[in-house]
Design a protein around this ligand. Sequence first.
Ligand code: TMP
Length: 204
Amino acid sequence: MRGKFITFEGIDGAGKSSHVEWLAEWLRSRGLVVQVTREPGGTVLGEKLREMLLNDSMHLETETLLMFAARREHLAQLIEPALARGEWVVCDRFSDATYAYQGGGRGLDRAKFQILERWVHEHVQPDLTLLFDLPLDVARERIVLASRILDRFEQERADFHERVRQAYLERAHAHPSRIQVIDAHNSLDNIRKRLEQIVITNCL
Ligand code: TMP
């Protein structure tokens, strides 16, 4: 049987990444084989593209094409073979991030996004997407507290991140059965309980 594909999404600072490993371990404890991966990245080539995407300035369409190029490689090398073997794939970001960041944040024409999405993964969509949502000021505070060098996206102004957040929520509204919104304000324990409940209801 084909495995399940679960993605994590949210604005920078929403805290999703700390839950990715936890969910994978929880699934493994139920006897499943789980691959944990991320975008942009997840393959040797994809990680090289990630370095460029996070650090080098470029035209919006170049940025979008490179995101989808990394995604094509990721699907071919890791995601599709794992799902075909019956393994589960837990991925930190996927195409909803392109919709939110390049579409919402930077204003990429939605029709161009749709062309690329259809081209690169017409027949593969996440079975479940966990969208971590948080007001911008709280997310920003978390990033500042982390006190590390910020990447090109994290350095963007507040209005960019607000547009990204709104685009994510709009996308969740358009795909209510696939995208589940998680209130990232909640305690770690409450978030974990909610994740368990959502995965049991939607995937197991
Ligand atoms: P991360 O910090 O969650 O690993 O993600 C890296 C950054 O890349 C994050 O700021 C969001 C951005 N990004 C896009 O702009 N478009 C995309 O399609 C993806 C996957 C990530």
